[in-house]
Design a protein around this ligand. Structure first.
Ligand code: ADP
Ligand code: ASP
Ligand code: MG
Length: 481
């Protein structure tokens, strides 16, 4: 036994079925054998967070809903779906009748809270970010009880501990930021005594609470981040992210089924991949793990003997994998390019600074910026759903310049995707951009804009939404050729 601490996070699919929960239980049992102290972080069962948020959004739009309204029907369906999903697992996996019934009762109570909250939202006709976070939190609050009971029933000493009791955040609902100092104190005070007794604390990913106790969430997909936070503050020696694929792969296997696992990846590469759309790891996961100097591994609940991917501090040799400098390809969909253009822009002081300040005022983050060297236009990507409001805000910010014809227009494209190729070896390689362009050209994919990451480990290209799959497939061929 190593006398070391391991934090393991199970994603939605990894706790989403009877089979998955069986695997997760075995993985926890094995970890408990090899590690002295183990903490488990769980996501909601797959599909649950979406169902919860859809219910809340529908409720907010259903002012004055009657008994026969679509909301009532939706809520009844949501209620039975949530119960069936959790109860089926409880029935199959918790043999102890008392524990099983108590667990089902706790889950029923949480489902009841959902229905209640949605009805309140329908009365108010609004769903505030704060209320949305309370609704979104219910998925993890259900799954943590289920998983803890399943694991305990399998004879492993375990206890459900809600992360709202020790992950303390600001009140930036739907994207809350942890207060690391307070979180460190509380996490240690709560989890260490349990681990001292050989108990596995099983906690909720994704959620925290303000100092006053109001529930917050860390952003969609935020359970990975929870595991990193807990790992960093304990501190743990390793954080393992259990998901539904064999680690970080050369691209999303849903787009290219022949994608291969990358046995090792360095911090800057994974940061670019995660930031540019590789859903396998939440981008915020990397920083706490890096700062705390702890290990990170991504592995497959459905193929636990596969080593998965290990994060490493630096790339060996020149970063080439089998002589290729491009290691992985990723894509972010549903973006639009916003352009500010005009020949008079050259003379307008601080256009870029003012433009981005205006965009920031809408709460939008910009994943990609390009500026033509002539300075006659600035072009950047924003998520499609906010493009119209960003354009309106910019038109207001530059009303005088538009009036004076220094700026001709501010406009946005149809939906585009950002495809990014990543590889630390690109820093030293010549002609990568050329290869990327010819590969896309040879496959009839038109490039609308390009940007190179400042760390030089990535090149991003903007393509028409319809070209996303072809573009990713074509660029992936550069890796596997
Ligand atoms: P979890 O619920 O376990 O957090 P996610 O659905 O959030 O899982 O992330 C895992 C998914 O990420 C995979 O099923 C895969 O489709 C997708 N994915 C996207 N890009 C990559 C990549 N480069 N490597 C591995 N998986 C990827
Ligand atoms: N359940 C949350 C979500 O779906 C968090 C997560 O799965 O990481 O966004
Ligand atoms: Mg995820």
């Amino acid at each position: 036994m190593s006398n070391k601490t391991l934090v393991m996070k199970f994603g939605g699919t990894s706790v989403g079925s009877v089979n998955a929960l069986k695997n997760a239980t075995q993985i926890i049992r094995d970890a408990k054998r090899d590690w002295d102290r183990v903490v488990v972080v769980t996501s909601a069962m797959s599909g649950v967070t979406n169902l919860l948020l859809d219910s809340a959004s529908l409720a907010a739009k259903s002012v004055g809903a009657t008994r026969e309204s679509p909301l009532q029907e939706h809520l009844q369906k949501a209620e039975s779906t949530l119960k069936e999903k959790h109860f089926a697992a409880a029935d199959a996996l918790i043999k102890n009748v008392e524990l099983r019934e108590a667990t089902k009762q706790e889950i029923s109570d949480l489902v009841f809270i959902l229905v209640d909250l949605c009805k309140a939202m329908a009365v108010l006709g609004e769903a505030s970010p704060r209320a949305m976070d309370t609704v979104a939190s219910l998925g993890e609050r259900m799954s943590v009880r289920l998983l803890a009971a399943v694991v305990a029933d399998a004879g492993i000493k375990a206890k459900a501990v809600p992360s709202t009791e020790f992950v303390v955040t600001n009140n930036h609902f739907q994207n809350a930021h942890p207060d690391f100092k307070v979180t460190t104190e509380k996490t240690r005070a709560l989890l260490n005594p349990l681990m001292d007794e050989g108990i596995v604390p099983i906690t909720t990913g994704f959620i925290g609470a303000t100092p006053e106790g109001t529930i917050t969430t860390l952003g969609r997909g935020g359970s990975d981040y929870s595991a990193a936070i807990i790992g960093a503050v304990l501190p743990a020696d390793d954080v393992w992210i259990w998901t539904d694929v064999d680690g970080v792969m050369t691209t999303d296997p849903r787009i290219v089924p022949t994608a291969r696992t990358l046995p090792e990846i360095n911090y800057s590469e994974i940061a670019e991949l995660a930031y540019y759309g590789a859903k396998v790891l939440h981008p915020k996961t990397i920083r706490p793990v890096l700062d705390a100097g702890i290990g990170l591994r991504i592995c497959n609940t459905f193929n636990p003997s596969h080593p998965g991917t290990r994060l490493i501090a630096a790339v060996k040799s020149n970063g080439k994998v089998n002589g290729k400098v491009i290691k992985a390809v990723t894509a972010i969909r549903k973006q639009k390019l916003v352009t500010i253009e005009g020949r008079g822009m050259l003379g307008v002081p601080g256009v870029a600074a003012r433009a981005f300040a205006a965009v920031a005022s809408t709460g939008t983050s910009v994943p990609l910026i390009t500026q033509a060297s002539s300075e006659q236009s600035i072009c950047f990507a924003v998520p499609s759903e906010v493009a119209d409001s960003v354009v309106t805000t910019l038109e207001k910010a530059f009303a005088d310049e538009i009036e004076d014809d220094d700026i001709d227009r501010v406009w946005s494209t149809d939906d585009v995707s950002i495809i990014t190729v990543v590889g630390a070896g690109m820093r030293h390689a010549i002609g990568v951009a050329g290869k990327v362009f010819s590969q896309l050209g040879n496959n009839d994919v038109n490039v609308l804009a390009i940007a190179q990451g400042s760390s030089e480990v990535s090149i991003s290209l903007v393509v028409d939404a319809a070209d996303t799959e072809n573009g990713v497939k074509a660029l992936h061929e550069l890796i596997v050729q």
